[in-house]
Write a protein that binds this ligand. Structure first.
Ligand code: CO
Length: 243
């Protein structure tokens, strides 16, 4: 956050360069050789697939430094099987960088998810958002059982769950797991309102069955949000639904 009272509030592009010079100088002063060591190699253990939203910066949220997380972001953190951009990034991360963890990170209050829920027409992005509407339609019964004000955040979590599966069934991950490479995929949600990450318990490692984990994750989401709405838990076994 930038305090408008501060002199260094970046109002223009010159400020960005000034900030950059200050940052680079401070890094080099505090950690001599930091940048020259980065030049030699990039060995991040993590790949972050998140929303483009400016409030969800991967490095700052996780306290990771340059060189520590490989990032792919798009509107509403979607992984589509024909998206060469996302697939290329995943392949590079898995096959070259050999990341150990891929996290798909959605966030509450996501504009893309909200637009999908409302069926709002924005423009070209409608065709991208359509992927989340497919998720919405797949979970129509669950979503319609919730009060309107909770649906967007529940859909945010359902979308993460679906995208974790999409990463898992990609040829890149199938190949990686068939050669016993150690890499797992996680589903997280970030709270713009409190700055905290939640693990949705959707972790795929190539060993445990995807279908069962997917169903359990959806069940947990149903339980969590209906509990929040204080609705009756007719068909949910809490012992099974709680993470
Ligand atoms: Co978003």
């Amino acid at each position: 956050m930038h305090d408008p009272m501060e002199n260094d509030t970046p109002d223009n592009l010159e400020d960005l360069f000034a900030h950059n010079r200050t940052w680079a100088a401070r890094m080099e002063r505090d950690r001599p050789g930091f940048f020259t060591s980065l030049v030699k190699q990039q060995t991040p253990k993590y790949m972050w697939i998140g929303c483009s939203d400016s409030r969800v910066p991967a490095n700052q949220i996780t306290g990771l430094e340059p060189g520590e997380v490989f990032v792919h972001r798009n509107v509403a953190n979607i992984v589509v099987h024909s998206d060469l951009n996302a697939l290329s990034a995943i392949q590079f991360a898995v096959e070259r960088l050999k990341v150990q963890h891929i996290m798909v990170v959605g966030h509450y209050g996501c504009g893309g998810v909200q637009a999908a829920l409302e069926g709002a027409r924005i423009g070209l992005a409608d065709n991208w958002i359509r992927h989340i509407q497919d998720v919405r339609d797949r979970h129509r019964v669950l979503l319609s059982s919730l009060p309107e004000e909770l649906r967007a955040d529940a859909l945010c979590e359902l979308n993460v769950t679906e995208q974790v599966v999409n990463v898992a069934v990609s040829t890149v991950m199938e190949d990686a797991w068939s050669r016993k490479q150690s890499v797992s995929i996680h589903g997280w949600a970030f709270g713009v309102h409190d700055g905290l990450l939640q693990d949705l318990g959707m972790t795929l490692d190539g060993v445990k069955p995807i279908e069962a984990l997917y169903k359990a994750a959806v069940q947990r989401i149903r339980y969590k949000w209906s509990k929040r709405a204080e609705l009756p838990q007719a068909n949910v076994d809490p012992a099974q639904a709680e993470p």
